[in-house]
Every structure is written in structure tokens, then in C-alpha cells.
Design a protein around this ligand. Structure first.
Ligand SMILES: [Zn+2]
Length: 195
């Protein structure tokens, strides 16, 4: 990965979130990082902590020249191996865009989609792999999307799993019903133990 040293890009990482890219994985050279306020080439780390997700390091930095503080986030870049064999950084926005199409006309909020994107990324990162095949990304979407909206799930699954005929839909609906009833009986069992 090429170190990100572009000044404008640096500014995007202030407050620890990347606004220009869906993925937040700046593997820039931390030594010699420029202050995003005054561009001074020297900054001092005043605090380092592991991010809430456990997969990132947040560093609070201070510029010795202008004394302003900012945060940098360091995460391992999660790469996706595409069917073509090309490898590209995981992009949460791409996941959301793909899912949004399946959600048209459904009562799904932007916030729900954001959360879904986060769940997918967390799921993939939790596997501890540097690279995941794009098929795995699609599969990681299915669970959270099923929880969110069954219609959107069916639409997404039909494209992702390449449904060809009514039997494919019937099978998927049957699976959905089975999962639903097992979830219900689990909940029922939980309630009975409580009572
Ligand atoms: Zn400065």
C-alpha cells in the first residue's frame, strides 16, 4: 500500500473518520506525519488507545508548532479479492450501495444501512484475514439483511445467489421460514427458562 501523504487526504482523517473513502484504513507513515492545521511536518503522540471495535489504534496527536490536537486511526487494510482476481480495499459504501438497490420501496432507513455496513465489516474483520474473497462479502451481507427486511433479503439473495427459477425462490423462502420458526422456538425456550 502506498503511504498516504497527500495533505488534503490527511485532513480527512482528523477526528478519526475518513470522509472521502468508505473504508477507513490509512496506512500512512506515522513518523513524519504533517499537522492537518498548519502542515508542520512534526507531530507528537499524546495518547494511544485501541479503538472500540478492537481492530484499530487511535492516536491523539499534538502539533508542537500550533499546539492543536487531532486524532489518527490506524487499521489493517482489509482487501477483497474480486472474481476477476483483482484485489481492492474493502469498501463499506460499496456494500451499502449494493444493498440499497435491494431495499427500494422498503421501510429501511439510511441509518439501518450504515449499521448493516458496519456489521458486515466487523464480521469480515473478526475473521482476522488480510484478504477475503468477494463471495464472502456477499455472504456476510445475507445475515444482517435478513434481520433487517425479508423482502430486501430475498431480492439481494436472488441476485447474489443467482436464482434461476421459482424452485430457487421456494427453497430460499423455506429456509427463511425454518430460520424464523427456530428463532421463535429459541426465544420461547428462553422465556420459559426465565419463568
Ligand atoms: Zn500545527
Amino acid at each position: 500500500m502506498v503511504p498516504v501523504r497527500d495533505k488534503d487526504t490527511m485532513a480527512d482523517f482528523v477526528d478519526g473518520s475518513c470522509k472521502t473513502r468508505g473504508w477507513c484504513a490509512p496506512t500512512f507513515t506515522l513518523d513524519g506525519m504533517h499537522c492537518p492545521f498548519c502542515k508542520n511536518s512534526d507531530t507528537k503522540v499524546v495518547d494511544t488507545r485501541v479503538g472500540e471495535d478492537g481492530y484499530s489504534i487511535r492516536r491523539r496527536r499534538e502539533c508542537p508548532k500550533c499546539s492543536r490536537r487531532f486524532t489518527t486511526v490506524e487499521t489493517a487494510t482489509l482487501m477483497v479479492i474480486k472474481r476477476s482476481g483483482n484485489v481492492e480495499p474493502f469498501n463499506r459504501d460499496k456494500v451499502i450501495t449494493g444493498v440499497r438497490k435491494a431495499c427500494q420501496g422498503r421501510p429501511i432507513k439510511e441509518e439501518d444501512l450504515k449499521q448493516l455496513g458496519q456489521r458486515v465489516e466487523e464480521d469480515l474483520r473478526a475473521r482476522g484475514l488480510a484478504q477475503v474473497p468477494s463471495d464472502e462479502v456477499g455472504r456476510a451481507i445475507l445475515g444482517p439483511l435478513r434481520d433487517l427486511d425479508e423482502v430486501a433479503y430475498m431480492r439481494f439473495a436472488s441476485v447474489y445467489q443467482e436464482f434461476n427459477n421459482l424452485e430457487d425462490f421456494e427453497r430460499a423462502i423455506k429456509e427463511l421460514r425454518e430460520q424464523e420458526s427456530s428463532a421463535k422456538s429459541e426465544a420461547k425456550a428462553r422465556n420459559e427458562t426465565k419463568a
